[in-house]
Design a protein around this ligand. Sequence first.
Ligand SMILES: [Zn+2]
Length: 313
Amino acid sequence: MGRPEYPKDMREFRRKFSSDAACLDYWIQCRWPEGFVCPKCSGKSAALLSTRPVFKCRGCRHQTYVMAGTVMHRSHLPLQEWFWAAYLVATHTPGIRAHQLQRQLGISSDTTAWHLLHRLRKAMVSDTRTQLKGLIEADETFIGGPEKGKRGRGAGNKSLVVGGVEVLVYKDKEGKRRERAGRLRLALIPDASEDSLGPFLSRNVEPGSRIRTDGWKGYSETALSEFIHHVRIVGSPQRAHKRFPHIHKVFGNLKTWLNGTHHGVLPKYLPSYLDEFVFRFNRRNTPMAAFQTLLGISAQKSPLPLAELGSGG
Ligand SMILES: [Zn+2]
């Protein structure tokens, strides 16, 4: 049977997911692409209850809740609302705020909209994502304050974000060497020391890759021991945009998004916003596939208790 096709545009989305039943069908196909298998007896024959999204095994009578272990588990919201929220989060290019989601979905409570959005953001982190490789541009930037600040030291209410982006080299029609950005990773770090930068790179970049950085001491031999290091000396902050165009474009877009869409973000929420930005950036050419990935990733995530959510957004 295999994974179902994802809708190619808004019209197809509306038609395909016109009811909760249609969403449930799609969800079941995504979750059990080869057909339902009972987790208790491995039996393949089961009936879907008419009252609840539950499979009842014909062999051992074990009941399997279709949404168990997903972000939608024990949610009182209709499945269709989850689907629409996932669609909007996955495809709304500049990112979406809780009150926009509330308006688009016609949900009466802003708490509910915020809750949906927060859960989907949590679902954006794939545990199995692969490391960056090839040529990588790495740098850090301050979020939530003026550009100036002492690297490697505490910066008051500012947060330090490190980024690594793949640089894909290709030849254009005239045979001229060109570069474009590939996949991205971002993380919040306490400072720009080798003890912070090294682990970020080791975690996110395949050993043996080439890493392009400026001459900052945090990018030490120790921090980059697993990699081939390309140092580009930057004379002034203005020059950094030219020497590291890809990661600086990312930082620029990230700041525009955080300030414009969210009017600034509290430091404690920053990691989940970074995940959302990375999720969308890495799927920027396949927004509809992002929707399906979101549902797919959602299927592997454990439910998030309400107590963890806090308030605001
Ligand atoms: Zn069974």
